[in-house]
Ligand binder design. Structure first.
Ligand code: CA
Length: 233
């Protein structure tokens, strides 16, 4: 059984919290970072987590990466259709990072620039790839990871759930080990807090989710920030 912590905060600059997060079952989680005018970002990220939850409730376990991807594709259709019917929602979209642990395996599916990390012993590894303009430049060798973190176009996504008809979903699975710590987060954490501090908090804080949100706020809190931490005993 995993030990779970979750926290979300609007931050110090924005007026709305467009992030959504959900613990669907003790070992299945999702975070979503919505975008769009007015309240559209909140609508998109909330539709994502609700659609994933409802789709999984009707699916047989294990909820492997293909099932998680189907759930995201269904959310893509729903968000696109809602945006078509309501002018105020035109252009809305959301990231999606979904993780399901089952019987010693971790399954994930992902779109956008929210992230799944694994802390195993002292190795902190990003398991998802960002679907962003700057990440494309990093992969092409035109930017370093540190240059990407502070790049003026770092918020430009190459795709988002609900914003494109042909969605590419990053997905995978791997074996879980005792002591593994999983972190799902929106970019309001990773743009504000360096990896070294994230690792230190994951290893030492009584409530790592609250402590990570506090660290993002202390660093300026320029964006909404959402965090789910799951530790495997
Ligand atoms: Ca964000």
């Amino acid at each position: 059984m995993a030990k779970i912590f979750q926290a979300t905060h609007v931050g110090k600059v924005r007026y709305n919290n467009e992030d959504s997060l959900i613990v669907i079952e003790p070992e299945t989680y999702a975070v979503a970072d919505g975008m769009g005018g007015a309240s559209a970002g909140e609508v998109a990220s909330q539709m994502l987590v609700e659609t994933v939850k409802n789709f999984l409730a009707k699916s047989n376990k294990p909820w492997d990466e293909k099932i998680l991807a189907q759930a995201i594709l269904l959310a893509n259709d729903k968000i696109l259709n809602t945006a078509r019917r309501h002018e105020e929602y035109h252009g809305m979209g959301t990231t999606a990072t979904v993780l399901s642990l089952d019987n010693g395996k971790a399954y994930f599916a992902h779109v956008g620039d929210s992230r799944l990390y694994l802390l195993r012993k002292n190795i902190f590894q990003q398991m998802t790839e960002d679907h962003s303009y700057v990440e494309t430049l990093v992969r092409r060798g035109e930017l370093t990871a540190e240059e990407a973190r502070v790049h003026p176009m770092k918020n430009v996504l190459t795709q988002a759930v609900g914003a494109v008809t042909n969605l590419y979903i990053d997905m995978g699975n791997f074996s879980v080990e005792q002591g593994d710590v999983f972190l799902l987060c929106t970019d309001g954490l990773t743009n504000m807090v360096a990896n070294e501090l994230i690792v230190k908090i994951l290893q030492t804080a009584d409530n790592p989710a609250e402590a990570l949100v506090d660290a993002a706020l202390n660093a300026g809190g320029r964006d909404n920030v959402s965090v789910i931490v799951a530790g495997v005993d």
